[in-house]
Design a protein around this ligand. Structure first.
Ligand SMILES: [Zn+2]
Ligand SMILES: [Zn+2]
Length: 139
């Protein structure tokens, strides 16, 4: 899988498909993305490369580290202390986003009330942390 930030200064390469893909309705993701809902692909750390690099680590909340393109500011990646060995890449960065349909909704208690996504995916009012770390049954 391939991807890039908005300006193209940072390239993303993954040697395997993500372990899972999820929507996140939390207010942090809403502010970071500027969109009514965010979506992320969770890759195994070892499967992911950023070129030339993902740059300096930034942390704005305990247990969460984030990386941004130094030129255009696109969020490149996030890691969570409680989601071991996974790197979360915003879905929109990936060239293959059209093949990466989300598998769950997280933090639906924080969802915007006028946003209606009609699907039968599992929904978690708070964090989907248990679901996110389950191995993908489809491989
Ligand atoms: Zn950039
Ligand atoms: Zn979120």
């Amino acid at each position: 899988m391939t991807g890039r930030c908005y300006c193209g200064g940072v390239q993303v390469n993954a040697t395997a498909r993500p372990q899972t893909v999820s929507y996140c309705h939390c207010s942090d993701c809403r502010r970071l993305s500027g969109a009514p809902v965010a979506a992320f692909a969770a890759f195994a750390s070892a499967d992911l490369r950023f070129t030339p690099s993902k740059g300096p680590r930034r942390s704005f909340s305990k247990g969460v580290d984030r990386w941004f393109c130094p030129d255009c500011g696109t969020q490149l990646a996030a890691t969570y202390d409680y989601l071991l060995d996974q790197v979360y890449v915003p879905l929109g960065l990936l060239d293959q986003a059209n093949t990466l349909a989300p598998e769950s909704h997280g933090h639906t208690d924080s969802a915007l009330p006028w946003l209606h996504i009609e699907d039968d995916l599992p929904r978690d009012g708070a964090s989907s942390r248990v679901r996110l770390q389950e191995p993908d049954p489809s491989g």
